[in-house]
Design a binder for this molecule. Structure first.
Ligand code: C5P
Length: 251
């Protein structure tokens, strides 16, 4: 399967908009600039507010990662991915554990679209420890599990994977520069760990080869969200060459 090339341009931080309340969402988003971040709409927000919330964010200039982690039979998953593409989202994801045929069908269903979303596979959730993986029958270390699913995803035509930044260096060397590594579980050194197990700082994640950093609560629950975002962008500024320091928003 041919892989699509994805040179990274624009913001590296994807703010996870994990809200169930429109007023809270609007208050947060009004403080952020689409020049400083992309945004992630996940299951909670999408289940409550549907495509309207995606459209609203897009109208404000944000590129949207629709994080619904589709996992179903090949046709159903591929049609969901196509529906996401019709909404004009920038990135969409499926579970790599849905298997090769599922991922290949998703890729085929996007072929021919003029501006398809990045198609990303979830490997192993960063909240899962080795004991958690063993309990669901995945008797591999988290690293081996991620590597296996990432190799399958790459071979099935995915543009990249969601993984822990702790696995990013190995995946970067195995899959080359055009393979997107989307890494949640990011915590600035001073932030709370919350329920994440495998966490990494923004700078260490970029050094390990991350393409995009998914950051939720360290920004969304901060007293000053724009400042929290600006501090992260400052920490990773050498990976943001196109954002001139005079123009960098939210500084
Ligand atoms: O608040 P926090 O920074 O922990 O948010 C992380 C976000 O990344 C959440 O929206 C979570 O669903 C998502 N995510 C994750 N681990 C994965 C895939 C997605 O934490 N493997």
């Amino acid at each position: 399967m041919t892989q699509i090339n994805n040179p990274v341009v624009g913001p590296r931080v994807i703010v996870a908009l994990d809200f169930d309340d429109m007023a809270c969402l609007e208050r947060l988003v009004s403080q952020l600039s689409p020049l400083a971040c992309r945004v992630k709409v996940g299951k909670e927000l999408f289940t409550r507010f549907g495509p309207a919330v995606v459209e609203k964010l897009q109208k404000q200039g944000f590129e949207v990662f629709l994080d619904l982690k589709f996992h179903d039979i090949p046709n159903t998953t591929a049609q969901a991915v196509r529906a996401a593409a019709a909404m004009g989202v920038w990135m969409v994801n499926v579970h790599a554990s849905g298997g090769r045929r599922m991922m290949e069908t998703c890729r085929e269903r996007l072929t021919g679209l003029s501006n398809p979303p990045l198609l990303i596979a979830v490997t192993a959730l960063t909240s899962l420890s080795q004991a958690d993986l063993a309990e669901i029958g995945w008797d591999l270390s988290p690293v081996a599990c991620v590597q296996r699913l990432a190799a399958l995803a790459a071979d099935s035509g995915m543009d990249g994977v969601v993984c822990s930044a702790q696995e990013a260096a190995a995946l970067r060397s195995q899959h080359g520069e055009s393979f997107s590594l989307v890494t949640p579980g990011i915590r600035p050194a001073t932030a709370a760990r919350d329920d994440q197990v495998r966490i990494v700082t923004p700078r260490d994640a970029m050094e390990a080869g991350s393409s995009y950093l998914v950051v939720g609560r360290p920004i969304t629950q901060a007293d000053q969200p724009a400042e929290a975002l600006a501090r992260i962008n400052e920490e990773i500024k050498e990976w943001l060459p196109e954002l001139d320091s005079n123009q960098r928003p939210n500084d």
